[in-house]
Design a protein around this ligand. Structure first.
Ligand SMILES: [Zn+2]
Length: 142
C-alpha cells in the first residue's frame, strides 16, 4: 500500500528528469553526475553547473542518507493528505555521494522524533502506474 492515498498526484516526469524516474521505477536511486568532472547534481539538468559539460552518468548514492533538514506538516495542503497528518517532509543528504540533496518523506517514525543528522535508509513506495517514489525510514525500522 502506497504511503499516500491514490488521490495524491504522481510525479510527472519531464524530459530532463525522465531517466531519474526510470531508475526509480526499477527500484534504483541514481543521481545525475557529470561524466567530465564527476560533480553530482539533483534535480537533473541538461548541463553541468561546474564545467558546462553535457555528458552525464548516473551514480548510486547508496541506501543510507542523513536528515539535513525537515518540517512536520500539520495542515493538509491537498485533499489527498489529511489521513497522513502529521507527516514529515525532509531534505536528505548522502554520505556516499556528497553534493546532492533530495526532498523526500521520513516514514515509520513519529514526526516528533525526527532529528537533523538522523540516519535513514531508502525504501521505494510503489504508487502504481509503474512509478516508485523514494522515501526514507530510520535505519533498522521495518
Ligand atoms: Zn562537470
Amino acid at each position: 500500500m502506497a504511503y499516500f492515498p491514490p488521490s495524491m498526484p504522481a510525479p510527472e516526469p519531464e524530459p530532463v528528469d525522465q531517466e531519474f524516474w526510470a531508475h526509480c521505477a526499477q527500484g534504483h536511486l541514481r543521481f545525475q553526475t557529470c561524466s567530465d568532472c564527476d560533480t553530482p547534481r539533483h534535480p537533473p539538468t541538461p548541463m553541468c553547473p561546474s564545467c558546462h559539460s553535457t555528458k552525464t552518468k548516473w551514480v548510486d548514492p547508496g541506501k543510507t542518507a542523513e536528515v539535513f533538514s525537515y518540517t512536520v506538516i500539520h495542515h493538509a495542503s491537498h485533499e489527498a493528505v489529511p489521513s497522513n497528518l502529521p507527516y514529515v517532509v525532509a531534505v536528505v543528504t548522502f554520505p556516499a555521494l556528497p553534493g546532492v540533496r533530495l526532498i523526500t518523506n521520513i516514514t515509520d517514525l513519529p514526526p516528533g522524533d525526527v532529528r537533523i543528522g538522523h540516519s535513514v535508509t531508502l525504501w521505494f513506495d510503489d504508487i502504481g502506474g509503474g512509478m516508485q517514489v523514494p522515501r526514507f525510514r530510520p535505519v533498522g525500522a521495518a
